[in-house]
Design a protein around this ligand. Structure first.
Ligand SMILES: Nc1ncnc2c1ncn2[C@@H]1O[C@H](COP(=O)(O)OP(=O)(O)OP(=O)(O)O)[C@@H](O)[C@H]1O
Length: 269
C-alpha cells in the first residue's frame, strides 16, 4: 500500500479537555519534530502513531492512513506494518554477529542482493556513529550509539519502512546533522521526538506538546533556518571541546577564544 498521508485526529490532553490542535496531517517526505517539556506527552504521541491508535489509548487520538482507518493487515502482519519505532530503550537480545543479523533480515524483507543491502546498511550506520561498527561484532556488545545507529540504518534500508519514528536520538551519541542530512535523501515520513534545537529547526515543522495535548504546529521559517546555521557552529564547537576532554586533553581560555574567533564569535560575545 502506498502511503501519502498520516493524519492524527486530536483526542484529549491530561486534563481531559480536547487538544487545541484538533488534527495534524503528515505528508510523505515530511520531517517532523515533536517538542515539549519533560513528561508532557511526546512519547505518548509517537506511541499512538506506532499503535495506529483508534480512540483506544489514554489520549483518545485516532490515526488515519491516507484519510482512512488503519487496514487490519498492519496489525496482524508485522512485515506489512509501515511504521518503525526506534525507541529510547532499545537493546538487542540476539548475540548474532551484525553481518549475520542484517543478512537474515535482508533475506526476509527484500528481494534484492542481500550483500549489497548489508553493505549499504553498515555504511549508513557508520556515518551516524562516531564509533564505527563492523560486521563481525556481536550485536549485544554494541554501545548505545552503535545500537541506535544500526537500528536506524536497518529500518531505513532493509526494513524500508515508509514511516520512521525516532525517540530522542540525541541521547545516544548519534551525529545529528549527519543523521538529518542522510535521512532526507530517503523519501519517508520521519518523526523525531526531541529536546534538541538543531533537530527541531532542521525539521520542516514541529508540533508543540503541553500537558498531554498537541498545542501548536510551527513551520520552520527562513529566519529559523538561518538560526540553525549558527546553532550548528556552536554545537560543533562544544563537540570539539568534548572530544578534547574525552581524549584526556586540557582546555585553555586562549584555545577557547581562538576557536570562537574561528567560527565568527569573539570572546565574551
Ligand atoms: N493525552 C494524554 N492523556 C492522558 N495521559 C497522558 C497523555 N499524554 C501523556 N500522558 C501520560 O503522561 C505521562 C508522561 O508522558 P510521556 O512519557 O509521553 O512524556 P514525554 O514528553 O515523552 O516525557 P520525556 O521527555 O521525559 O520522555 C505518561 O504516564 C503518559 O501516559
Amino acid at each position: 500500500m502506498d502511503i501519502d498521508t498520516i493524519t492524527i485526529r486530536g483526542g484529549t490532553g491530561k486534563d481531559g479537555k480536547p487538544e487545541p490542535l484538533s488534527a495534524v496531517e503528515f505528508r510523505m517526505g515530511d520531517v517532523v519534530s515533536i517538542v515539549g517539556p519533560t513528561g508532557c506527552g511526546k512519547t505518548t504521541l509517537i506511541n499512538d502513531l506506532e499503535l495506529f491508535a483508534d480512540g483506544d489509548t489514554p489520549s483518545g487520538r485516532k490515526i488515519l492512513i491516507n484519510g482512512q482507518a488503519r487496514p487490519e493487515e498492519f496489525l496482524s502482519d508485522p512485515s506489512r506494518n509501515p511504521i518503525a519505532l526506534i525507541s529510547q530503550h532499545t537493546n538487542f537480545l540476539s548475540d548474532l554477529p551484525v553481518g549475520e543479523f542484517l543478512r537474515i533480515h535482508a533475506g526476509v524483507r527484500q528481494s534484492g542482493n542481500p550483500e549489497q543491502l548489508v553493505k549499504e546498511t553498515l555504511e549508513f550506520a557508520n556515518q551516524l556513529t562516531g564509533e564505527p561498527l563492523n560486521l563481525q561484532s556481536a550485536m549485544t556488545e554494541l554501545s548505545g550509539g552503535q545500537t541506535r545507529s544500526l537500528l536506524i540504518a536497518d529500518a531505513v534500508i532493509i526494513g524500508n519502512a515508509p514511516i520512521i519514528l525516532l525517540d530522542e536520538i540525541e541521547n545516544a551519541g548519534i551525529h545529528r546533522t549527519k543523521a538529518l542530512e542522510l535521512l532526507r535523501k530517503y523519501r519517508k515520513i520521519f518523526v523525531f521526538v526531541t529536546h534538541d534545537p538543531r533537530i527541531a529547526l532542521m525539521s520542516d515543522y514541529r508540533i508543540v506538546i503541553g500537558n498531554g495535548a498537541m498545542r501548536e504546529l510551527i513551520v520552520t521559517d527562513e529566519e529559523e533556518k538561518a538560526v540553525v546555521g549558527e546553532i550548528k557552529k556552536i554545537d560543533d564547537l562544544l563537540l570539539d571541546f568534548r572530544s578534547i576532554v574525552r581524549a584526556g586533553g586540557r582546555l585553555t581560555t586562549g584555545e577557547m577564544a581562538r576557536r570562537m574567533r574561528a567560527i565568527g564569535y569573539v570572546e565574551g560575545a
